[in-house]
Design a protein around this ligand. Structure first.
Ligand SMILES: [Ca+2]
Ligand SMILES: [Ca+2]
Length: 363
C-alpha cells in the first residue's frame, strides 16, 4: 500500500522524460528541415531568369497561400512579398521561404543566364504576323434580349473579334434587362471570339496602347467600351475575365456555379476593381480554381492593369509562365491557350443595384 504513491511519482517522471525527449527530437528535426511538410513549397518552382528580370514567388502550404513568410535570396533582391529581381551575374541562386510560425523552410533554385543565352529556345513565331483587326471583322451581335437563336450558332473563325451590342446591360442579381448603361460598363468588344474562344493576339488598333508589355511573356486580356470610363469618380466597377484554360467544361469551376460561367469550366478569374471614391483606381487580382478544395482562391501574381488614355479600353497583363505553373499546381490542369475559352463581365454598382454586361452573351 505504501509503495503506490512512489510508483505514481516514478511513472510521472518517466512520462515527463519521454515528452521532453520527444519535444527536443521534433525541434531538432524541424530545425534541420527534416519533417518539412511536402505541402510547404515555393511557386513557381525552378525558374530561369535574365539579369535584372523579376519573378513573383509565393509560398504555399496545403494548396493555400502562406502569408507572413520571410523571404531571403542568396543573391539578387527579394522583397517582403516574394518579388525577386535577378542579380547581374549569371549563376544559380537560392530563394528561401521561412515559415512564419515554425522552423519550416523551403527553397527553390533560380538559374540566371545572360540575356542572349537561351534566345534560341524561342524562335519567332510565324503565326504572330496574322494579327486580327477589329475594324475588318465586324460580327453583328444579336440584340441581347430578343429570343436567342443559340442552338444554331455559326462556327466563327478564331480570329474574329465579336462585337457586343450597346445598351444590353442586365441586373446582376436577376439577369433581367435594365434600361440604362453607366459609362465604362457597356462592353463593345473583348478578347474573345463569338464562340467564346480566347484571342491571344491584341488587335492592331489596340496593340499600340500596350506596346511596352511583352506579349510573348505575358497573357494580355482586354475590353473596349461603348462609352469611356468617366474621369470623375462616380461608382464602383469591376471588370472580370473568366478563362476555361483547357476548353474543357469538365475541369475547373463547375459550369453554372457562377453567373459568368453557364457554359465554361473556369480555372482562372482575373478581375480589375475600381472604386475611385474609396481610393481604388485600378486594382487587378487573380483567382485560381483549387480543384482539391473545390473553391477559387486568390493568388499573388505580378499583374498590371491600365485604361487607354481615352479610357475606352481596359488591359490586364498576366505573366504567362507563372500563370501556367500556378494553374498546374492548384487546378491540376494543363493550359492549352489554343483551346482556351472565356467570357468577360463588366459591372457597376448604382443606387438601384449592380448592373452587368456579359461578353460574349450568356446562352
Ligand atoms: Ca454591351
Ligand atoms: Ca476547364
Amino acid at each position: 500500500m505504501a509503495k503506490r504513491p512512489q510508483q505514481w511519482v516514478i511513472g510521472g517522471f518517466i512520462l515527463l522524460a519521454i515528452l521532453v525527449i520527444a519535444f527536443v527530437l521534433v525541434n531538432l528535426l524541424l530545425s534541420q528541415g527534416i519533417g518539412l511538410p511536402a505541402t510547404f513549397l515555393i511557386l513557381p518552382g525552378e525558374v530561369t531568369l535574365h539579369p535584372g528580370e523579376g519573378c513573383q514567388f509565393r509560398a504555399v502550404a496545403g494548396d493555400r497561400l502562406m502569408p507572413g513568410v520571410k523571404w531571403t535570396a542568396s543573391d539578387g533582391d527579394i522583397g517582403p512579398e516574394g518579388f525577386y529581381v535577378a542579380p547581374d551575374a549569371p549563376g544559380d541562386y537560392q530563394i528561401i521561404a521561412q515559415h512564419p510560425n515554425s522552423e519550416y523552410r523551403t527553397a527553390v533554385t533560380v538559374h540566371v543566364v545572360a540575356a542572349d543565352e537561351n534566345s534560341t529556345e524561342q524562335p519567332p513565331n510565324p503565326t504572330e504576323t496574322a494579327i486580327p483587326t477589329i475594324a475588318s471583322t465586324v460580327t453583328s451581335a444579336a440584340p441581347a434580349h430578343s429570343p436567342s437563336p443559340a442552338p444554331t450558332q455559326t462556327s466563327a473563325s478564331v480570329s474574329t473579334v465579336f462585337f457586343d451590342a450597346a445598351g444590353d446591360l442586365v441586373s446582376f442579381d436577376t439577369l433581367g434587362p435594365v434600361a440604362f448603361a453607366p459609362p465604362g460598363t457597356d462592353i463593345r468588344a473583348a478578347c474573345f471570339a463569338s464562340e467564346r474562344q480566347l484571342m491571344r493576339t491584341v488587335p492592331e488598333e489596340l496593340a499600340g496602347k500596350v506596346s511596352d508589355w511583352d506579349t510573348k511573356e505575358n497573357l494580355v486580356l482586354w475590353l473596349t467600351f461603348h462609352e469611356p470610363v468617366p474621369t470623375v469618380p462616380d461608382m464602383e466597377r469591376y471588370w472580370i475575365f473568366a478563362l476555361d484554360v483547357d476548353g474543357n467544361t469538365a475541369t475547373g469551376r463547375p459550369i453554372d456555379e457562377g453567373k459568368i460561367n453557364p457554359d465554361i469550366g473556369v480555372e482562372v478569374t482575373i478581375g480589375v476593381h475600381s472604386n475611385p471614391t474609396a481610393g481604388i483606381e485600378l486594382s487587378p487580382y487573380i483567382m485560381i480554381w483549387n480543384t482539391r478544395l473545390a473553391t477559387s482562391e486568390l493568388v499573388a501574381m505580378d499583374l498590371d492593369a491600365r485604361l487607354s488614355t481615352t479610357r475606352d479600353a481596359l488591359f490586364v497583363r498576366i505573366p504567362e509562365k507563372q500563370l501556367a505553373e500556378t494553374i498546374r499546381a492548384v487546378s491540376g490542369v494543363e493550359p492549352n491557350w489554343n483551346q482556351a475559352a472565356g467570357r468577360a463581365l463588366a459591372t457597376a454598382t448604382t443606387s438601384e443595384g449592380t448592373v452587368a454586361d456579359f461578353a460574349p452573351e450568356r446562352p
